[in-house]
Design a protein around this ligand. Structure first.
Ligand code: PEP
Ligand code: MN
Length: 360
């Protein structure tokens, strides 16, 4: 429990478990399915039961949610298990129905956050209510759109806000369904340190085997909670089958995650250090990816040079690059000596790769 800290937001005020765990199926399918999952999640770390009632599908012709009837099932979840309930809303009518059925937490989905019109419509429908609203990041890696969503809600006097990081779509093939791009939620956290930040590893990973790693990274980065899609028969789920896990698997995963409690200065210090180290790890990973990409381009240049029978070392161009990098490096607080050493090492590696190509 986070009860040793001064109340900073609805999360503290409700005195929910830390980290907050939101779990439940991607979609409400039948009353039986919803209640079965909810009962299995009762008496675990889970505080909030999620289920999509209206499903925004990228392509038509797939299961688009059961609609308003599912809200009655959510009310039963609440009365039978005591769990709070959460669902996605994407227009004013959804908001009206969700409020009528006492849904505790509403979230704005990634495909809605991209549209200022939709977010504004939802903000207007919620004006002056005390509903808890969570804003998922937009599908594309655009921090301004995400911030814009939060600002529109704040402007409508909706105070109980939070954000959900669910990763970003990319053209590049990665091991994730939606690339985490951790620097974006970190930036958002720096801007709004009191806004609860929740990670949705399910939509980041798109499959089960990496959920634990992504969840651990989120906790190490000081996220306040996790939202994990959970189903009693994941393979038969009507949407997002590959990424859902059974309630028992969720319980096991939660017990294997290293939790970080904030109780005193010493622990605060360690947590901050851990958060910064995790940020460094993510940046280093980015450096390696970038260097790998650079070498691939160098190899392509090697191919070209081979075809045209041109020398690998082009001294004039290399000196131009170095001069430019020294100047730009200075602006970022990097010494000339460091820039020279680093770029010489990178250049040497490129030459080695190109020589291999040319002599092959
Ligand atoms: C969901 O949570 O089921 C969902 C549709 O998520 P997103 O908006 O992140 O794609
Ligand atoms: Mn889903």
């Amino acid at each position: 429990m986070k009860n040793n800290k001064k109340l900073k937001n609805w999360l503290d005020a409700l005195n929910l478990n830390h980290p907050l765990v939101i779990a439940g199926p991607c979609s409400a399918e039948t009353e039986g399915q919803v209640l079965k999952i909810a009962h299995e999640l009762k008496d675990t770390d889970v505080s909030i039961f999620r289920a999509g009632i209206w499903k925004p599908r990228t392509r038509p012709g797939m299961f688009e949610g059961v609609g308003a009837i599912g809200l009655k099932w959510m009310e039963k979840v609440k009365s039978q298990t005591g769990l709070l309930t959460a669902t996605e809303v994407a227009n004013a009518n959804h908001v009206k129905l969700a409020i009528q059925h006492n849904i505790d937490v509403l979230w704005i989905g990634a495909r809605s956050t991209v549209s200022p019109f939709i977010v504004q419509e939802i903000a207007d429908a919620l004006k002056n209510t005390d509903k808890i609203v969570l804003v998922k990041n937009p599908v594309n890696p655009d921090l301004s759109l995400w911030l814009g969503g939060i600002e529109r809600l704040y402007s409508s006097n909706i105070k109980n806000l939070g954000v959900i990081h669910r990763g970003f779509s990319t053209y590049e093939k990665t091991k994730f369904r939606n690339n985490p791009e951790w620097q974006l939620p970190i930036e958002l956290q720096n801007k709004y340190p009191d806004l609860p930040l929740i990670c949705d590893p399910s939509h980041i990973c798109g499959k089960r085997d990496t959920l634990h790693t992504v969840s651990q990274t989120a906790l190490d980065l000081n996220f306040d909670g996790l939202m994990i899609e959970t189903h009693t028969d994941p393979d038969q789920a009507w949407s997002d089958a590959a990424q859902q896990i059974k309630p028992s698997v969720l319980t096991k995963m939660m017990s294997n995650l290293k939790m970080r409690k904030t109780t005193d200065d010493e622990i605060d210090f360690k947590n901050t250090l851990n958060t910064l180290r995790t940020q460094i790890d993510i940046i280093d990973q980015g450096l390696l990816d970038t260097l790998g990409k650079r070498m691939k381009v160098a190899i392509e240049i090697g191919d070209l040079k081979k075809k045209k029978n041109v020398a690998v070392l082009q001294t004039k161009r290399w000196n131009e690059i170095l001069g430019k990098m020294i100047l730009e490096g200075e602006g970022k607080g990097l010494s000339e000596e460091f820039i020279l050493r680093m770029f010489k090492a990178i250049h040497q590696e490129s030459i080695n790769h190109q020589n291999k190509v040319i002599n092959s």
